[in-house]
Design a protein around this ligand. Sequence first.
Ligand SMILES: [Mg+2]
Length: 479
Amino acid sequence: MFTLAHRFREPPLSKRPSVTELEVHDIRFPTSEQLDGSDAMNPDPDYSAAYVVLRTDAGEGAAAAEGHGFVFTIGRGNDVTAAAIRSLRLHVVGRPAPLTAADLAALHRELTHDSQLRWLGPEKGVMHMAAGAVVNAAWDFAARQAGKPLWQFLAEMSPEELVELVDFRYLSDALTPEEALAILRAAEPGRAERAARLRERGYPAYTTSPGWLGYSDEKMIKLAQEAVADGFGQIKLKVGAELDEDLRRMRLAREAVGPDVRIAVDANQRWDVAEAVRWMSALAPYDPHWIEEPTSPDDILAHAAIRAGQPVKVATGEHVANRVVFKQLLQAEAVDFVQIDAARVAGVNENLTILLLAAKYGLPVCPHAGGVGLCELVQHLAMFDYVAVSGSWEDRVIEYVDHLHEHFADPVVVESGRYRAPTAPGFSARMYPESIAAYRYPDGPEWRTRLARPGTAPSAPAQPVPAPSAPAQPQEDHQ
Ligand SMILES: [Mg+2]
């Protein structure tokens, strides 16, 4: 009886949309066939998305009634990630659809503090990434309902609302709610001016397109020269397989772009400390702008030792599991650049936390992107940071890779080396239904054809892998 009486005091349900379905798709692109994305640690990635659609009753068939998000993976394991996303169904389906900062704070906490699922991390790995995909889908939905691109939706929240979104557990030795509030309040007076500047000029970008390890010298040089002609002030090369090869490629790249264009290098976790110091000391005469992921993303002390042991600045973050590791990297003075990734940690909320940590320690955030859809997502976070957190784009660049954007309904636009500020409502996460259908693994037509010819898809098993046994709603994957 109490329950009924209590319910009668709540607002009518018709005023509040509910989540009606959590739909999950295993989508893979056969990028390993062209060696796009190849590096010293990942020689044959098939760029993939464990893709989630939150459906609601906010409007029949309307785009604003859905929220889209995904975890980026590089092929095998995408099915594991999809299963992890499905396990979060009980926290969203049949529940009110999140619309406000308070709703999005509550959802983030619930998804990351399911005590049984948290055991699988805690707050790291596949389960944490799955929570991030659902959190990001919820943000896409809320921003669409508000009719704003995500960066603007966030940048128009009050400092108090933004602080409410942060989980400060384990952070108080580095960042308190009061300090976070002070950072956000300090940036508040310039928000409108910076938003106008962002819309007018776009946000600085750099490109990794020339630098994949599997590319020939000729292709690398051609793409590097094209990048400079296109207006990029920074490119990035993959390194870490053979030092002599890296010295040759670095020399050729430096000759191709001249002394004024920055060349970052990325070892994708390849080295131990001594090897990183030796390698980067050898490459230093070619003036690398940073060395990215020199060693294990979990090893804070090794990053600090590498930073101290050679002259090139250190960047990392795309595989950093959560805000706690970022905190330690900052406390240990182990990095010079903080590289957030939109789909590695638990969504917008945790990335807001990392942006605040970077602002507290005064380090520039240079987001990781590429893969499939990561550029589309992370641009919003960097632009929000510029407008409402750090207030600066000095020394800051978003990675750009010119792959797979054609599958997205609101693809990034990069002109003269800068990301144009998105204007469409939402998080730019939506893939076209045709692309989802074509590249769904293993039953989409693109994969059926390949899997029928053993040996033609390097990262796919010779025999089709059966669809993952879905504990709930197996028909979801076949809509
Ligand atoms: Mg990288």
